[in-house]
Design a protein around this ligand. Sequence first.
Ligand code: HEC
Ligand code: HEC
Ligand code: HEC
Ligand code: HEC
Ligand code: HEC
Ligand code: HEC
Ligand code: HEC
Ligand code: HEC
Ligand code: HEC
Ligand code: HEC
Length: 369
Amino acid sequence: MARFRVSWRSLFNLFPPGDPSGVALAAFSLGVTFLCTFNPCLAQRRPAAVEPPSASWKKHPQPASAGYVGSERCRSCHKAEFIEFGKTAHARLRDNANRPVMDCETCHGPGKVHSDAEEAAHGNDAKIAAAATLIFGFHGSPKENAEHCLTCHVTDRTQTSFAHSQHLAVGVSCDSCHSPHLVEAVDNPDQVHTQFAQAKFFSVPQIAEEHRWLAESQLRETQPALCYHCHATVQAQFALPFHHRVPEGLMKCTDCHNPHGTLLNLASLREPNWETCVKCHAEKRGPFVFEHPPVRVLGCVECHNPHGAVARFMLVRRETRFLCLQCHGDPHSAQASVPHSRGGFQTRGDCTRCHVAIHGSNFNVDFLQ
Ligand code: HEC
Ligand code: HEC
Ligand code: HEC
Ligand code: HEC
Ligand code: HEC
Ligand code: HEC
Ligand code: HEC
Ligand code: HEC
Ligand code: HEC
Ligand code: HEC
């Protein structure tokens, strides 16, 4: 990738001010066309791709003596689950001898008693229902459900903190968000995932539900719809006029949050404090010769609501100057009070008219440039 990196300076060198010939320009645009066409890393990029999971696993013995019967037995009655599971990353796991590692009973536990009872039920509804309780069907407590996945995923980079996560604490478990075999996708192959009006406006491509499910970590539903089911307040915030383009489908909740929890902060942000933001807004990172302390000390959310706001730039106050006066309003404070009279002409309109480099400056102690 480094090979293709073009600095802006070198681009400008291509057009010395006195070069009237179109040759350099033509060569340049040809080059750009070539790069854009053949180099995917210069195409419009989504923020950093999800790293592959790092779950560690080994094949657990499933002896017949312990009541294991193997997936073929399940297939006869649960064809849809069998087919869908067969398409997932789980089904592709292999041991050193290239044998499949995972089958139905890895998650559901031994199935002999259940299978036998279902066969013996002969269509009797009561008996069928009774037999269904003889296998683990993820109707346990959230913790119990999660444990069936955490046998392997506990070593995973992004799920290590799940046991301490707010989600698990409030009863949201792996199976609330993931479905290891999304059977509805087979029932209705043409179904497309939910989209919001904004996404339609931006023509975010729609893909068939099954492909989406396989491409998006086996999620039951795509983001943000999945999260909106439970987070209606957040949905309302993203409907405000200024917001990150999550409902449009151009950004995801998980660009900022780790739904599996982190030990870093209360809101399960991917990175501590402002690191989450400066990952994308790199120019705000600094360090600056003259720092504006709240940016670094309190973080971006002191002034911005990243989910959305009625004020431009997602500011927490509708008029910027009231935001500034929150801290700079006290005329008796020796430190950060406004030197210009509050009623004076300077304070009409926004303070950022003059204090333009509000996130920090390398040139001016008062952020005037
Ligand atoms: C003879 C047919 C038959 C066989 C074989 C069979 N099942 Fe079932 N299973 C059923 C029926 C019928 C139900 C109840 C109706 C339903 O929910 O689909 C059921 C329900 C389930 C449930 C849901 C339980 C719950 O708590 O709701 C799970 C999980 C399950 N089976 C897994 C398996 C696995 C794994 C195997 C293979 C080891 C298997 N079944 C073999 C017929 C069978
Ligand atoms: C990675 C773990 C995992 C594997 C492997 C797995 N399942 Fe499941 N299964 C789940 C979870 C989680 C649920 C509950 C959530 C859901 O319905 O998607 C479930 C639910 C079910 C149900 C009940 C569905 C319902 O509508 O209530 C059946 C039946 C079932 N599984 C059968 C199978 C069969 C057959 C296989 C093998 C082909 C299999 N499962 C493999 C995790 C797994
Ligand atoms: C036997 C160990 C094991 C168990 C149990 C297990 N997983 Fe996995 N899972 C893995 C491994 C290993 C991978 C990595 C696959 C890969 O990289 O291709 C994986 C991958 C995944 C992925 C990513 C799939 C993708 O398409 O990228 C999801 C989501 C997932 N597991 C969820 C679950 C859930 C939910 C459960 C419990 C219902 C569960 N797993 C149980 C071993 C396991
Ligand atoms: C609140 C919803 C939610 C819960 C609960 C949840 N996940 Fe996820 N999971 C997601 C979302 C959303 C993604 C996709 C992340 C992305 O695209 O950045 C994901 C991705 C994954 C992945 C694949 C890539 C990665 O980021 O590691 C694995 C594996 C996974 N989850 C396993 C689990 C397991 C195991 C559990 C339970 C211990 C669980 N998840 C619980 C929402 C959830
Ligand atoms: C089944 C319901 C449910 C789903 C689905 C769900 N959440 Fe939650 N989530 C909750 C509840 C309940 C809480 C705790 C109360 C609160 O803070 O609103 C919570 C808390 C949170 C928190 C704050 C606390 C913390 O430390 O994690 C974040 C961030 C969050 N969820 C993000 C997400 C994202 C992102 C998704 C979608 C991938 C999602 N949630 C899907 C129910 C859900
Ligand atoms: C641009 C980054 C970003 C995106 C995208 C984002 N969030 Fe947040 N979210 C944050 C930050 C930062 C906080 C912490 C706010 C604070 O500390 O006041 C937060 C807080 C939360 C909380 C806790 C709220 C509370 O009041 O404690 C929940 C729940 C939540 N987000 C859910 C979501 C959901 C659901 C989505 C997707 C629809 C989403 N977020 C998208 C940055 C983001
Ligand atoms: C995944 C990348 C990403 C992350 C992480 C991110 N942003 Fe953004 N942000 C963007 C993009 C892209 C835009 C432009 C959105 C648009 O034009 O609709 C934007 C716009 C903004 C704007 C408004 C700019 C304007 O012109 O209206 C503010 C303020 C902002 N982000 C603050 C934050 C804060 C605070 C955080 C951390 C909680 C954050 N961002 C995290 C990508 C990101
Ligand atoms: C002290 C309050 C304050 C803090 C803290 C703050 N901002 Fe801002 N930010 C503002 C104001 C005020 C504006 C509007 C500037 C204007 O009116 O031109 C703004 C504008 C922006 C913009 C859009 C215009 C631009 O300059 O690109 C982005 C993006 C942004 N902020 C991101 C961030 C990020 C990321 C952080 C955390 C590292 C952060 N802000 C911290 C006050 C703040
Ligand atoms: C959360 C509180 C807070 C907010 C909001 C805030 N500031 Fe500050 N600001 C400070 C602190 C603390 C200092 C450092 C004061 C010092 O070192 O004397 C500072 C320093 C400054 C300075 C440089 C003072 C010097 O030392 O020369 C200027 C100029 C300034 N702020 C302008 C603004 C403007 C304009 C806004 C509104 C966009 C704003 N601030 C919003 C807390 C805040
Ligand atoms: C018309 C331009 C202009 C506007 C509007 C303006 N300022 Fe200033 N500000 C300046 C200049 C110039 C300085 C540096 C000269 C000085 O120290 O008097 C300054 C200095 C400051 C300082 C540093 C004081 C110190 O002790 O060094 C603070 C704090 C400040 N302004 C806050 C604000 C706030 C808050 C607002 C909005 C309510 C605002 N300014 C609006 C031009 C402006």
